[in-house]
Design a protein around this ligand. Structure first.
Ligand code: IMP
Length: 186
């Protein structure tokens, strides 16, 4: 089976490529940028994107919508993670967190799958904390300021293999694989 992975983000694709490789599933990177709606719910965003893509990309394909939800900022940046990362960035987030004692946060990933003309969503959540400073050069986005629970380094200080052991993406992926196996697609 071959699954098309639709994302404009090479880092995301590399993470998926390795996850699928471990399940002996071939992948093809569909590097396109598509219009994303603004919504407070990332599951709605994923469903909308899945439907837009059905006229553009051959099935089966997956896409993902994800975000960082910081407890003491009432879930900000959440669905606006991409925009906030491009504008105020990690320095801006650390500034907003300067006086915050509670640094709990979670990354959420929603994988959208289109197969046999149907849409399916799979969710993955990884809890962690926002670090006190920017550390590490790997990965993308908020990786240099996110330390997953039980670990003592940021995602950006990990190689892909290690990030894939803890990430929200891996957890959503596990649910996707379980679905594919249970429905005899794999
Ligand atoms: P999306 O591409 O619309 O899903 O935007 C999600 C945004 O959340 C990205 O642009 C990143 O800023 C952030 N994000 C999602 N997943 C990760 C991750 O694994 N590491 C770091 N940042 C992430």
């Amino acid at each position: 089976m071959k699954i098309r992975v639709v994302t404009h983000n090479k880092h995301k694709y590399d993470e998926y490529k390795l996850l699928f490789k471990n399940e002996s599933v071939e992948t093809e990177w569909i590097n396109i940028e598509y219009v994303e709606i603004q919504d407070n719910d990332i599951e709605n965003i994923a469903l909308y994107s899945l439907n837009i893509l059905k006229d553009i990309v051959k099935e089966p394909y997956i896409m993902e919508d994800s975000g960082l939800f910081i407890k003491s900022l009432n879930g900000f940046p959440g669905p606006y993670s991409s925009y906030v990362n491009k504008t105020i960035g990690n320095e801006g987030i650390l500034k907003l967190m300067e006086d915050k004692i509670n640094r709990d946060s979670e990354f959420i990933a929603i994988i959208g799958l289109r197969i046999n003309g149907e849409n399916y969503l799979f969710k993955g959540i990884t809890e962690g904390i926002i670090s006190l400073k920017i550390s590490g050069n790997n990965g993308f986005g908020y990786d240099p300021i996110f330390i997953p629970k039980g670990q003592n380094k940021t995602f950006a200080e990990m190689e892909i293999e290690e990030k894939n052991m803890h990430s929200h993406r891996m957890k959503a992926f596990k649910n996707l694989i379980q679905f594919l196996k249970e429905n005899d697609f794999l």
